[in-house]
Design a protein around this ligand. Structure first.
Ligand SMILES: [Zn+2]
Length: 50
């Protein structure tokens, strides 16, 4: 598992989202949830695509 930090679009707080590697041969592509909720303001955020 790898953690990625994303800034909330609303309040700017950094959220750490956990991703799974898409394949054992790569460490550069991770599967992330498409949407997540900010821990700080509960705004719905979308994970940016690659
Ligand atoms: Zn927020």
């Amino acid at each position: 598992m790898e953690e990625f930090g994303f800034a909330c679009w609303d309040c700017g707080a950094t959220n750490f989202i956990q991703g799974r590697p898409k394949g054992f041969w790569t460490t550069t592509h991770y599967e992330l949830p498409g949407e997540w909720t900010c821990w700080n303001c509960e705004a719905l955020n979308r994970t940016p695509d690659d």
